[in-house]
Design a protein around this ligand. Sequence first.
Ligand code: XMP
Length: 310
Amino acid sequence: MFDAKQFIEEALKEIKNTVGEKKVISACSGGVDSTVATYLVHKAVGPNLTAVFIDDGLRRQGEPEFVMETLKNLKINSKFVDAKKEFFATLKGKTDAEEKRKAFRERFYKTLGTVSKELKIEFITQGTIKADVMETVKGIKSQHNVLEQIGINPQSFGYKILEPLKELFKPEVRKVARELGLPKQISERMPFPGPALSLRVLGEVTPEKTAIVRKATEIVEEETAKLGTFQNFAVLHNDKATGIKNGKRLYGNIITVRIVDSQDAVTAKAREVPYKTLMLISKRITDEIESVVRCLYDVTDKPPSTIEFE
Ligand code: XMP
């Protein structure tokens, strides 16, 4: 049985031993993994930690504000980095899923590298968990936060990596979050991929397409908040479909909604959502987003699908 209390004690000791009096930053996206990792390091080294939130322009509605507010409430030193332009420039013209992930990762580490030079730090904390390492090593997907495991030396970016959660799976991270007394909005937070909405805009990512999937995501999350599912989201297709809006033919966008149950993201089952809920989501998405003419529901399990489309 996993003992969260004991894990915390040992992790704090190890972080203190490794970091000593040196300065650390933590890449905090507001997800349960990176927030728990950030909070552990904060408990271990206090003001020597600065949590860094990178606004890549790919976050969900209200997310940058939520993360900065959470860090403030937890009394963690924090820094907001606006890198929207740089991320969109990096993703421009890229259509392949893995190429997009790699481009995201490269930009992510370059941005952190710039911040680490500015703040003269030696360590970067990341919320890498065991599933990230496993899937990257197996070659299923290159998680944006796994470096050492795939033979990239983080020192080539100018710093060392701290990954206090890398032996844990998601349910254990949640136990640690609860034991640490983090707010429920964090400990029970729905998983959200590091490369964020870039994986949910199929094909090339642009600010305009991101805005469409952001709005659709907001609607899906609002209408499914009470389902207690593992992950609920919207995906914007790269293709178009014929529809009718305001009495006129419109060759418009397609959104797929995905709502899955899972324990650890290794396998997943599409939820049998009440038809009424699906109809409401479809109606809202097509009513509230001008360019969307078609809304689909994905009933495929993992495997053979993955949870994300890309
Ligand atoms: P898949 O799509 O592989 O997703 O079934 C499993 C879990 O991982 C998340 N995911 C990612 N997380 N970087 C991340 O940090 C990524 O590149 C990435 N791809 C998938 C996904 O949302 C799900 O929770």
